[in-house]
Design a protein around this ligand. Structure first.
Ligand code: URA
Length: 204
């Protein structure tokens, strides 16, 4: 069964997970240890989508639990968010554009990203967050359909919609924490972006 039909028929997050467990269309699964679908509170008002699981994520079966995840958690905390928060207003849900670790942490191929995209889209439809945050350039390119680099995409609002959504969701792009770990000078702009996100969540 194709990814579009398989993902499109999922009604819940648990259902989507079962369907991914049975999906043999993406070769990344063969080399990965665990499926990394989501971490956090599925009722959260904000959904963060990164790029791909790394080694620690693969071991634990959870997105953003390694060094990038530590910085992402600090970024969330700086605007009062906690992925495990029980209060939907203060919580976050976290996922990626691909759900299995690419071997050696290589960049996912366009084909791998395309194969997982129907599942990402259905995840967004099911969770239906008030705000969508693309973490890093590859996520922003894939979900916002933009060809500019992250430096141009950050700091702005976009509309995210799928054909099945009644209304678009406001979406933005953040610098990836792995990039901020290598380029701490960019944290200044990231902080602006986080405040922009906080302002939007406060009015959502
Ligand atoms: N980087 C990502 O983009 N996602 C993860 O889950 C971990 C690191």
């Amino acid at each position: 069964e194709g990814a579009v039909a398989l993902a499109g028929a999922a009604e819940t997050l648990a259902d989507l997970r079962d369907r991914l467990d049975g999906f043999e269309g993406c070769q990344l699964k063969a080399t990965a240890t665990n499926l990394c679908l989501t971490d956090g509170n599925p009722g959260a008002r904000v959904l963060f989508i990164g790029e791909a699981p790394g080694a620690q994520e693969d071991r634990q079966g959870l997105p953003f639990v390694g060094p990038s995840g530590k910085l992402l958690d600090a970024m969330l905390a700086s605007i009062g968010l906690d992925r495990h928060g029980e209060d939907a207003d203060r919580a976050a849900l976290i996922s990626n554009t691909v759900f299995w670790r690419p071997p050696g942490n290589r960049t996912p191929t366009p084909q791998e990203t395309a194969l997982c995209l129907p599942f990402v889209e259905r995840l967004i439809e099911i969770v239906h967050p008030r705000v969508l945050v693309c973490v890093g350039g590859p996520s922003a390119k894939s979900l916002l359909g933009q060809h500019q680099g992250i430096t141009r995409l950050r700091g702005k609002w976009f509309d995210y919609a799928t054909p099945r959504m009644a209304a678009p969701i406001p979406a933005m792009a953040l610098y990836h924490p792995a990039y901020l770990l290598r380029s701490p000078a960019m944290k200044r702009d990231a902080w602006r972006d986080l405040l922009m996100l906080k302002a939007r969540l406060d009015e959502a």
